[in-house]
Ligand binder design. Structure first.
Ligand SMILES: NC(=O)c1ccc[n+]([C@@H]2O[C@H](COP(=O)([O-])OP(=O)(O)OC[C@H]3O[C@@H](n4cnc5c(N)ncnc54)[C@H](O)[C@@H]3O)[C@@H](O)[C@H]2O)c1
Length: 260
């Protein structure tokens, strides 16, 4: 008889962009359900604060924090090596770090376009390539790419963001099929949230937090924006073996937007 200590007990997870927002909620969620987690972010102090909080709740060695710019190839190999050593392997990679600049096809400048692609697409490309050799040794594995409903449904005002999240959506499927063809028990799926209550929303519309939330909620059939945990629960499912038949799929948490 085995003891079930958690939905992701024994999993070793690396989460990018985990200093705040959805990444921090995911790190807390996976730790709460039994995983050990490594949080990698440009913002080291923020990542350390989340890791300390997790260690305080679940014991020292439950969480680790690193500084990483996901666009930096060398940084990726160092981070994966550190995570492998601190966690004792790597079975889950959550490519979450991302930016969402406002700009339509005429107003977005080339630098912003390239930076968005660099972080939102190349970041996951580098991360997956860096992590796969180690993940082969810790199967079953799961890669979760945080795309967006903006990767499936366009808006006039987010040319670079729409394009980057659509690219990440399709990259996810290619990774999934590659792993399957290689005979690996490593799955790859994408998550597509609608507006979620994180600092990222501050740059999207003006007004107070309440005004912003109410304005965005009016665009969603369910009439509310997501909490970070609404999204983290989806990542928990995809990271766990409960989703073992799911690969190359997209999980929409859009409050009904794409049903319209
Ligand atoms: N919040 C939403 O409404 C929403 C909706 C759909 C999808 N998403 C996606 O979810 C992910 C997380 O979003 P969030 O709302 O938590 O954003 P956020 O801005 O609150 O947090 C993003 C985190 O990523 C880090 N980061 C940014 N660039 C980085 C880089 N180059 N290298 C490493 N870390 C970097 C930041 O320091 C920050 O800690 C993003 O990919 C975003 O596009 C968010």
């Amino acid at each position: 008889m085995t003891t079930d200590t958690g939905r992701v007990a024994g999993k070793k997870a690396l989460i990018t962009g985990g200093a705040q927002g959805l990444g921090a909620a995911t790190a807390r969620m996976l730790a709460r359900h039994g995983a050990t987690v490594a949080i990698a972010d440009l913002n080291l102090a923020g990542a350390q604060a989340v890791a300390h909080e997790i260690d305080a709740a679940y014991g020292a060695g439950s969480a680790f924090a690193y500084r990483l710019d996901v666009t930096d190839l060398t940084g990726w190999s160092d981070t994966v090596a550190r995570a492998g050593s601190d966690l004792g392997g790597l079975s889950v990679l959550v490519n979450n770090a991302g930016i969402a600049p406002v700009g339509n096809i005429e107003s977005v400048d080339l630098e912003t376009w390239r930076r968005t692609m660099d972080i939102n697409v190349d970041g996951a490309f580098h991360g997956t390539r860096a992590a796969l050799p180690l993940m082969r040794e810790s199967q079953p594995g799961s890669i979760v790419n945080i795309s967006s409903i903006a990767g499936l449904v366009a808006s006039h005002a987010f040319a670079a963001y729409n394009a980057s999240k659509a690219a990440l959506w399709m990259l996810t499927k290619s990774i999934a099929l590659h792993c399957a063809r290689e005979g690996l028990d490593i799955r790859c799926n994408s998550v597509h949230p609608t507006f979620a209550d994180t600092p990222l929303l501050e740059g999207l519309t003006s007004g107070t937090h309440e005004e912003r939330t109410a304005k965005l909620a009016r665009q969603i059939p369910l009439g509310r924006i997501a909490t970070p945990d609404d999204i983290a629960y989806a990542v928990l499912y995809l990271a766990s073996d409960e989703s073992r038949m799911m690969t190359g799929a997209e999980l929409k948490l859009d409050g009904g937007i794409s049903a319209m």
